[in-house]
Write a protein that binds this ligand. Structure first.
Ligand SMILES: *Cc1c(COP(=O)(O)O)cnc(C)c1O
Length: 388
């Protein structure tokens, strides 16, 4: 776990581009080396004056990546784990048996599955609510028992928007913490801690890394308190710290985070505006559109764009949606999101039973390609899917 530096005179974009300006003291290299050692020399008096003992609790390259994330989120500290799932589940495992979690009905399906099927095994009780409805959130809180409200915004796969400040107020009045899965916003568009969240989580696999070649998870906290220490203990004991090679790639990816997220957001807005006019599209779900139910809150809470994620509901139902995905040439038919290459996916078939995802929905993760190429490919695929 690493702390961010004192407030800087440079912007976050500048600091991220230079990965906080670190260089290698031994050689003058402008890119620091990857520290792969699992064990460290003791001093003659048996102390560890360098502060490193063993690779499972700590690693210098991981610390360097954590410092960039803490800086981006405006957090005093951040930690990196082996996946987004391990970051979120470490947070849930830091709760105590008997604790109650309020979670969203619309959220990343893998975490929803853990909360539905596995949380009870750890003595945790979970209520699922419409997290964009503050009255429903308030009604779901069990005073004295609710210890964590978990939100995701924009939320997979309808891009429902959560009012972070509104939910934070409800959580804090009940003596609970608010954790926000901010994977799809990225710290370029939203910094949840500034809106009152206590913990922010990222599948760093997605935008933070941005190149579809690292699995990683990040947490950042508003304050390094005893709950944060418990999460760190889970990471150390279960052995889920990120590996140094992945941390290195993540640092490299974050140097261009600002450019990538802004380009993907602009592309997604361009596609949303054009696809909503398309005769073969029934509906476009994108928080940047004025008729999206979360638009007003998103406009307040997101700065610089509405993200690279959107969904389209294809006219003619599930078969036409699947056929559209089958006919793309440029978009890649694959799961995941947040990379420089655009991905398309029929979500209902991956989420399985109980999903709130409509069967005619295609999820689009917009990359940084030419937006006219992206639109032309979708247009051709929609037409081909409806030609049969
Ligand atoms: C991918 C994703 C996760 C899980 O991250 P992994 O790195 O795949 O474990 C969690 N939340 C959201 C919103 C995601 O997109």
């Amino acid at each position: 776990m690493a702390s961010s530096k004192q407030p800087s005179r440079w912007t976050k974009r500048t600091l991220a581009a230079q990965a906080l300006g670190r260089t290698d003291a031994a050689t003058g290299a402008v890119v620091p080396p990857i520290h792969v050692a699992t064990t460290y020399l003791r001093d003659a008096d048996n102390a560890y004056s360098n502060g490193f003992i063993y690779g499972r609790p700590d690693n210098q390259t991981v610390r360097e990546a954590e410092e960039v994330i803490a800086m981006l989120e405006g957090a005093p500290v951040a930690m990196l784990l082996g996946s987004g799932m391990s970051a979120a589940i470490a947070t849930f495992m830091a709760l105590s048996p008997g604790d109650h979690i309020v979670a969203p009905k619309v959220m990343y399906w893998g975490l929803r599955a853990w909360l539905l099927d596995d949380a009870a095994h750890w003595g945790l009780k979970v209520s699922f609510v419409d997290m964009s409805d503050l009255a429903a959130v308030k009604a779901a809180v069990e005073p004295g028992r609710t210890k964590l409200i978990w939100a995701e915004t924009p939320a997979n796969p309808t891009w429902a928007i959560v009012d972070i400040a509104g939910v934070a107020k409800i959580a804090h009045e009940a003596g609970a913490r608010l954790g926000v899965d901010s994977t799809c916003a990225s710290p370029i568009l939203t910094r949840p801690l500034e809106h009152g969240a206590d913990i922010v989580m990222h599948a760093a696999t997605k935008y933070l890394n941005g190149h579809s070649d690292v699995i990683a998870g990040a947490l950042a906290t508003a304050r390094p308190d005893e709950f944060w220490d418990r999460i760190l203990r889970v990471r150390k004991q279960v052995g889920t710290i990120l590996g140094p090679f992945e941390a290195f790639l993540l640092i490299r990816g974050m140097r261009t985070l600002d450019l990538r997220v802004r380009a993907a957001s602009a592309n997604a807005m361009h596609l949303a505006m054009n696809l909503r006019q398309h005769p073969l599209v029934a509906q476009v779900l994108y928080p940047g559109l004025q008729d999206h139910p979360g638009h007003a809150v998103a406009a307040r809470q997101m700065a610089g764009g509405f993200g690279g994620m959107l969904s389209v509901r294809v006219k003619g139902g599930e078969a036409r949606a699947v056929a559209t995905a089958a006919h793309v040439a440029l978009w890649k038919r694959a799961t995941s999101l947040g990379g420089v290459e655009s991905l398309i996916e029929h979500r209902a078939s991956i989420e399985g039973a109980g999903t709130p995802c409509p069967p005619d929905l295609l999820r689009l993760s917009t990359g940084i390609e030419d937006p006219d190429d992206l639109y032309a490919d979708l247009d051709a695929a929609l037409k081909a899917a409806h030609a049969g």
